[in-house]
Write a protein that binds this ligand. Structure first.
Ligand code: C2E
Ligand code: MG
Ligand code: MG
Length: 609
């Protein structure tokens, strides 16, 4: 046996995905016909695996497979020729075989040969009596084997073409990619080109208005013109309703090739007859044969294409830096799920909030910290926007609120009466049971709702205005305080500010930080403070880093401040110690020291109407 040929033959067999597949009536019909034509009790479509004969279809055989050793079908697979054994018991080689021992005397097997010339196994008939075979029966067995092969190739092809367009599909791309890796030099640099003829929104709109089949014509035209423009040697694979991929020939000049692609897209008015305007985009994915996995080529092609869509360009080329950023986001997302369950990776730190007139600490903002076992500390500014894109944000905020309220109750129990601020995300405001769960939690810890403040950004509310405002109104009704976080960075529409059932406006640190830098910046913050006061909000300035800024803000009437000047976010025990020190310091500087009082239960200055 030629071992190279045998391993190629096994590869060809495995690629067909036939081994251990479910029984199929299409094959059984042929097998039954074979038994009938020969008037024999046993017939089978037998595939020769490395160590067994596996029956894709069988009549009169109980086993699913038999050992390959001394199996006549294996001899057919080795020789690629028909084998007839009139009497196994009289045959010097096969008399000692598994079949002969099980009572089989007659065997005839015709090879199952692929179009590439690999013999997969045999179409065989078997009898319990010795017999001969006529020339007509030989022809019939050959025809039956050909029918089996036609069925195998049909099934194989069907799984590899798009049923509507008839184009090779993603599965075929993966298979051809494996062949390319074997046929071409290892490490050869190639480029995959992923074309998307419409963005997701256009796909949805067109499917609504014109029906999904609209894209079949668009794709048909695009693929035909693409090959006409770039060369018929481009094998095109359809990946999705509006997407196709192709691998550019070797040794292309990237710049010239990209220019040709751009020219092809620019000239679409000439080849595209559709009246529905779509925005196509191309993703270019360079890769190294034998080094880059096929699925990675597809992935980076998709990334480059989506980047092109997002940046409004026609063509996007994969960038490893950007890919690393995507990969990290993806890693973070998967790891955050585990972190929520872990119990050790997440913790809260607390940053004091200072009443600027009295200098007293009146509250603390809970800020989430994540120490990943391998990646180390990951800042919330990096992971929260990623988590917020998923349903995990619900669990994340739940975790934060539970922990913050537990800490709030612990401080109160220890005589430190602060107000606790917690950041919540847009998606939390859409949770139906958000308010009731929160009320139950506060109740469990015997905390008056007024000790808790939830911070939401303007954009979080704008994302789903109706429901978000209703949740805010319900929270207000329940007595929980509400703050508009990062004020000035979002929509900042006065009409909308007017309708927010909130108590506090937190001026974003970007404005605060610039205050010392010039009159205009100071005027801007001053205006924000006056406007917020006029609308009835309490004003908090974020990111106070210098005493100069603290004084400016205090003089402008800003109510509270938060920033590194006072304290960085602290572990709970450090915040407790910090507050104790501050109080002691204040008592010495300005006796008599006034104890911290609970916030006066003031209703939100507005309720949504
Ligand atoms: P934020 O809610 O506006 O929080 C204030 C951020 O400013 C915090 O960053 C804080 O450490 C930082 N900061 C405070 N004072 C100063 C200062 O004087 N100078 C400078 N440069 N920075 C200061 P952090 O903790 O990295 O949080 C960043 C953002 O991540 C938060 O902005 C918030 O949007 C989000 N975040 C943090 N924890 C949570 C959470 O539990 N849930 C949600 N949904 N978001 C969170
Ligand atoms: Mg905040
Ligand atoms: Mg903020």
């Amino acid at each position: 046996m030629n071992t190279r040929t045998e391993s190629d033959r096994l590869l060809a067999l495995r690629k067909l995905d036939l081994l251990d597949s479910a029984p199929s009536e299409a094959f059984d019909r042929i097998t039954r016909m074979a038994a009938r034509v020969f008037g024999l009790p046993i017939a089978a479509v037998s595939l020769t695996d490395s160590d067994r004969q596996w029956f894709k279809s069988r009549v009169g055989v109980a086993h699913l497979s038999i050992p390959r050793l001394k199996a006549p079908c294996s001899a057919v697979a080795d020789s690629g020729a028909m084998l007839v054994i009139n009497d196994l018991h009289a045959d010097a080689h096969f008399r000692d075989s598994h079949l002969a021992h099980s009572g089989v005397r007659f065997y005839a097997g015709a090879p199952l040969i692929t179009s590439d010339g690999y013999t997969l196994g045999a179409m065989c008939v078997l009898g319990l009596e010795a017999r001969t075979i006529s020339a007509t029966e030989r022809d019939a067995l050959t025809d039956l084997a050909a029918m089996v092969m036609a069925q195998i190739e049909l099934q194989h092809t069907l799984g590899r073409v798009d049923p509507l367009s008839g184009m090779p599909n993603r599965k075929q791309f993966i298979e051809d990619y494996a062949d390319l890796q074997m046929d071409r030099p290892q490490g050869e640099r190639r480029v995959a080109v992923l074309v998307n003829m419409a963005n997701q929104e256009q796909l949805n709109n067109a499917a609504r208005v014109m029906g999904a089949s609209y894209f079949d014509d668009l794709m048909d035209e695009a693929i035909r013109s693409y090959r006409a423009f770039l060369g018929e040697e481009h094998k095109v694979y359809q990946l999705a309703a509006t997407q196709f991929i192709t691998i550019a020939p070797p040794d292309i000049d990237d710049g010239a090739y990209t220019a040709r692609l751009a020219h092809w897209l620019d000239s679409r008015a000439e080849w595209c007859t559709s009246r529905f305007v779509t925005t196509p985009a191309i993703g270019i994915a360079p890769f190294l044969l034998g080094r880059t996995e096929c699925l990675d080529v597809l992935r980076i092609g998709q990334n480059a294409m989506q980047d092109a869509h997002q940046t409004g360009q026609l063509i996007g080329t994969y960038s490893s830096a950007q890919d690393a950023a995507y990969q990290r986001r993806f890693t973070l997302l998967n790891a955050f799920d585990a972190a929520l369950d872990d119990g050790h990776q997440l913790r809260l730190v607390y940053q004091p909030r200072i009443d600027l007139a009295s200098g007293r600490c009146v509250g603390a903002e809970a800020l989430l910290r994540w120490r990943h076992p391998e990646l180390g500390d990951v800042p919330p500014g990096e992971f929260m926007p990623v988590v917020e894109q998923t349903s995990m944000v619900r669990a994340a905020t739940n975790w934060v609120i539970r922990e913050a309220v537990r800490q709030l109750a612990a401080w109160h129990g220890a005589g430190l009466q602060l107000q606790m601020s917690v950041n919540v995300s847009a998606a939390n405001l859409l949770e139906k049971d958000f308010v009731s769960n929160l009320a139950a939690l506060l109740n469990r810890h015997r905390m008056a709702p007024g000790w808790l403040e939830l911070e939401v950004t303007e954009s979080a509310v704008m994302e789903n205005q109706g429901t978000a405002l209703a949740t805010l109104a319900a929270l207000d009704e329940a007595g929980v305080r509400l703050a508009i976080d990062d004020f000035g960075t979002g929509y900042s529409s006065l009409a909308y500010l007017q309708s927010m059932p909130a108590h506090v406006v937190k001026i974003d640190q970007s404005f605060v930080r610039n205050m010392a830098g010039g009159e205009r910046n100071r005027t801007l913050v001053n205006t924000m403070i006056s406007l917020s006061h006029e609308l009835g909000f309490r004003v908090v300035a974020e990111g106070i880093e210098t005493d100069e800024v603290r004084q400016l803000l205090r003089d402008q009437g800003c109510d509270e401040g938060q920033g590194y000047l006072f304290a960085r976010p602290l572990a709970p025990e450090d915040l407790f110690a910090w507050c104790a020190r501050e109080q002691a310091g204040q008592a010495a500087a300005r006796p008599p020291w006034k104890p911290i009082c609970p916030p006066t239960p003031s209703p939100a200055r507005h309720t949504a109407t």
